[in-house]
Design a protein around this ligand. Structure first.
Ligand code: IPE
Ligand code: IPE
Ligand code: MG
Length: 237
């Protein structure tokens, strides 16, 4: 099962407590550790975490700096543990706008864990669904121009290989914390048939217990994918 999470509400969590927004982000980073750890027990094989969107550059410079510092800390401090836990880490999004220090840490974590067979963890940094689609369209156009691909060969399956998620399955469930009911440019292509869960809890309040309850609710849903799925016959009394 693939779960995507829009980790929202760090700022409001802090503001409600009279704290600086960055304290909320710090708590949020600590929450990531717990959620990653619980995935194998909950049957989650792939986890995609939305950490920083292509729109988040509109925030105040000091908040962006604080977030980048937290990423650096997360990438450096969790390298050994993620590898020991057999997690395979990949990054989605456009890396070109990120600092050289972050790029080095990302590449170190990616290459160290690339052959691990446990949880597949995708971290979305400078990620935007539309940006990902435009980059894919450009890469496809380049292949057509060079003669490596014909227009008729562009199918949904082949198109999706050009996205940052490559051959991975689409998310079965997308969870957004902190009450907003929107996707904010997260997995625009991949979310076509995802189940959605919008929770009131903010990201620092999203405990492994809340995660487990959300998954139980997901498992009770009927996914039809456009077909008609007959109702389960009532159990004999
Ligand atoms: C999510 O929390 C973290 C990022 C977007 C990086 P927010 O910072 O959006 O928190 P709110 O939505 O302002 O409460
Ligand atoms: C979405 O949250 C982005 C991440 C969680 C990284 P935002 O807080 O940036 O989204 P909007 O601005 O409410 O749409
Ligand atoms: Mg927000």
């Amino acid at each position: 099962m693939h779960v995507g999470i829009i980790m929202d509400g760090n700022g409001r969590w802090a503001t409600r407590r009279g704290l600086a927004r960055l304290i909320g982000h710090k708590r949020g980073a600590a929450q990531v550790k717990k959620i990653v750890k619980i995935c194998p027990r909950l049957g989650v094989k792939t986890l995609t975490l939305y950490a920083f969107s292509t729109e988040n550059w509109k925030r105040a410079a000091h908040e962006i700096e604080g977030l980048m510092k937290l990423f650096r800390g997360y990438l450096a401090n969790n390298l050994v543990e993620l590898h020991e836990k057999n997690v395979c880490v990949r990054f989605i999004g456009d890396p070109t706008a990120l600092s050289p220090e972050i790029l080095v840490l990302m590449e170190r974590l990616r290459s160290l864990t690339e052959n691990n067979t446990g949880l597949q963890l995708n971290i979305a940094i400078n990620y935007g669904g539309r940006d990902e689609l435009v980059r894919a369209a450009k890469a496809i156009a380049a292949e057509v121009a060079s003669g490596d691909l014909t227009i008729d060969e562009i199918t949904e399956g082949r198109f999706s290989r050009f996205l940052d998620t490559g051959v991975q399955n689409d998310p079965d469930l997308i969870i957004r914390t902190a009450g907003e009911m929107r996707l904010s440019n997260f997995m625009t292509w991949q979310s076509a048939y995802s189940e959605l869960a919008f929770l009131q809890e903010s990201w620092p309040e999203f405990t492994p217990e809340v995660f487990e309850e959300t998954l139980e609710n997901f498992h009770s849903r009927t996914r039809q994918f456009g077909a008609v799925v007959p109702k389960q016959p009532e159990l004999a009394k």
